[in-house]
Structure formats: C-alpha cells, structure tokens
Design a protein around this ligand. Structure first.
Ligand code: DQA
Length: 144
C-alpha cells in the first residue's frame, strides 16, 4: 500500500517560515518523521511539494494509479481551491487533510476549508503530529 503525502504552497519554507505558528522543523525533517511512522505501519510513502495550484492538481491526478490514499496539506489553497477539491473527488482516492496550525483558531479567512468536505477526515493544529495522525487514520481506513 502506498500513500502520497502532498504539501502545498510555502511549505517548502518550513523551519524558517513563521516558526511561532508552524514550528522549527524543516519539510525534510517533517517528511522523515512521516517516513519513520510509515515504516512502522508497513506502508510505502512518497512525498511531494508544489507551490502552484496546477502542479498540485497534476500530482493528485498522477496519484490515481500510483497510490491507494492521500494526505494533503493544500496550504492556503485549502481555503479557496475548488479545483483541488474537485481533483481529490475525481481520482476517487481516500484523502486526509492535514494542517500544522489550528486553522479554526486563526484569521477568519482560514476557518473554512473547501478541501475538508471531500476528505475522509481532517487533522489540524497539532504541528507535525497532524500528519502522523492523518497517516494512522488513513491506514486504519484502508485496513479496517
Ligand atoms: C497551513 C494553514 C494555511 O492556512 C496556511 O496558508 C498554510 C499552512 C497549515 O499547515 O497550518 O500555508 O496549511
């Protein structure tokens, strides 16, 4: 079983970007933690990061035949991109939304996720653990 972890815009700058909100872990360090858990859970994991909406959509489309599930942090696109939500629906893969920060405790414009309704679940606000819990939830969904 393979899971694709798809990071959206500005997440390549983790570690230097607003550390008070997003923490000090770099994207590589975050991915390493996810990879450790994936090994423990005996699932394969592949990582992607794109800053543009179209690249994220292409990545989701390409996942259709290469992965059994998705973890998606669409970054700010989570609050606006119907196109990314449509891409998730279109490929028919179970997806879990992850956000490092608690989007419900921040600015009003972050309190809506248009991705959430097309995902099997969302984990927000726990820092790197959001991704780890998302992976556990996705694996439990795939192997009930
Ligand atoms: C984020 C939350 C978004 O509102 C923000 O635009 C990001 C990061 C998070 O992981 O907390 O880029 O997705």
């Amino acid at each position: 079983m393979r899971v694709h972890v798809i990071h959206g815009p500005n997440l390549n700058l983790l570690g230097i970007r607003d550390p008070a909100i997003y923490g000090t872990l770099t994207l590589d360090e975050l991915n390493a933690r996810i990879a450790d858990l994936a090994a423990e859970l005996k699932v394969e994991v592949e990582f992607f990061q794109f800053n543009s909406e179209g690249a994220l959509i292409d990545c989701i489309h390409a996942s259709r035949e290469r992965a059994q599930g998705l973890i998606v942090n669409a970054g700010a696109y989570a609050h606006s991109s119907i196109a990314i939500a449509d891409a998730i629906t279109s490929v028919g893969l179970p997806a879990v939304e992850a956000h490092l920060s608690n989007i419900y405790a921040r600015e009003a414009y972050r309190r809506i996720s248009v991705i959430a309704p097309v995902c099997i679940g969302s984990v927000v606000g726990l820092g790197p653990n959001a991704y780890l819990l998302a992976l556990r939830g996705l694996v439990a969904h795939l192997y009930p």
